[in-house]
Ligand binder design. Structure first.
Ligand code: APR
Length: 258
């Protein structure tokens, strides 16, 4: 089958654009719409066209975040209030938690994120072709097509957030809140205090008795949120406790980490 499941790390096997990128993206789009029939106003062929128009023909180190603006508007999806889960350096556990509890959705659970998760792509200047030979890495140049896409999609996801939202941070590192991360540099700036009621910050600790919520890093985050008039609380949660929620989920409930 041509379909690639979430979690396949296609980018480790190729230095250029993911093999069969067009087929993979369109198949994932159709797969998503089959699973969520309320999404059927979306046209996967039109979505692919808008996507490739964002970066084809451009220098792969000069694809701007705004180059995806039109593509973002091509994808129609309502994100319900009280469902959004943000994360930073907690990819695995945050996605496992969202999947198991079914009460929250990450960017990768939306159509935009689902289509592009784990994929790599770039074009070439003055050419209408995809570059299957080599694409810049995440840090090689800032304005690479993959990074600019995730920054644009993340900004959009954060702008849509409403009601009570959750953030899962990593308490095993010195800076659970990193101002340079996509969460710290893109998403918190897009949170709208008129729409967001409350932000539950959960710092996932692998060592017992960690008090990451009292760390300087979390103090920085607290200041930023207060200045933006955003209400929040912070709790340190043992990784083992979250793993218990994942393995034995209370149906349709996020109470596990509250
Ligand atoms: N190389 C390749 N990919 C990277 C790199 C890198 N050096 N750094 C980050 N990424 C990509 C990976 O796909 C990684 O899983 O960005 C993802 C998130 O990186 P983190 O540093 O763990 O977290 P953060 O930058 O805060 O981004 C996560 O942004 O996409 C949104 O809603 C999402 O809240 C989430 C946040």
């Amino acid at each position: 089958s041509m379909s690639v499941q979430l979690g396949d790390n296609t980018q480790t096997t190729t230095k250029g654009t993911t093999t069969n990128l067009k087929t993979v993206v369109i198949e994932r789009c159709r797969d998503y719409i089959r699973t969520f029939p309320q999404m059927s106003s979306n046209n996967c062929d039109a979505i692919w066209e808008a996507f490739q128009n964002s970066f084809l023909g451009k220098d792969p180190c000069n694809v701007k975040v705004e180059d995806y603006d039109l593509f973002i508007t091509t994808v129609q999806q309502d994100i319900p209030c009280n469902k959004s889960l943000f994360w930073s350096k907690t990819s695995q556990i945050a996605h496992d938690f969202a999947k198991a509890t079914k009460c929250l959705m990450t960017l990768e659970d939306t159509l935009l994120g689902y289509m592009m998760d784990g994929l790599k792509w770039c074009g070439k200047q003055h050419s209408k072709e995809l570059n299957y030979t080599s694409c810049p890495g995440w840090v090689e140049c800032e304005l690479n097509p993959v990074r600019s896409f995730w920054r644009r999609a993340s900004a959009h996801f954060a702008e849509l957030a409403c009601g009570n939202v959750m953030v899962m941070l990593n308490g095993s590192i010195d800076t659970p809140f990193n101002k340079q991360s996509i969460f710290g540099s893109v998403e918190i700036k897009r949170f709208d205090s008129e729409k967001i009621n409350y932000i539950s910050i959960r710092v996932i600790d692998s060592l017992q008795d960690r008090v990451s919520c009292n760390s300087m890093s979390l103090e920085d985050l607290g200041k930023i949120l207060k200045n933006a008039s955003l209400n929040f609380d912070c709790k340190d949660i043992d990784k083992s406790e979250v793993e218990r929620c994942i393995n034995d989920p209370i149906p349709h409930s996020c109470d596990c980490v509250n």
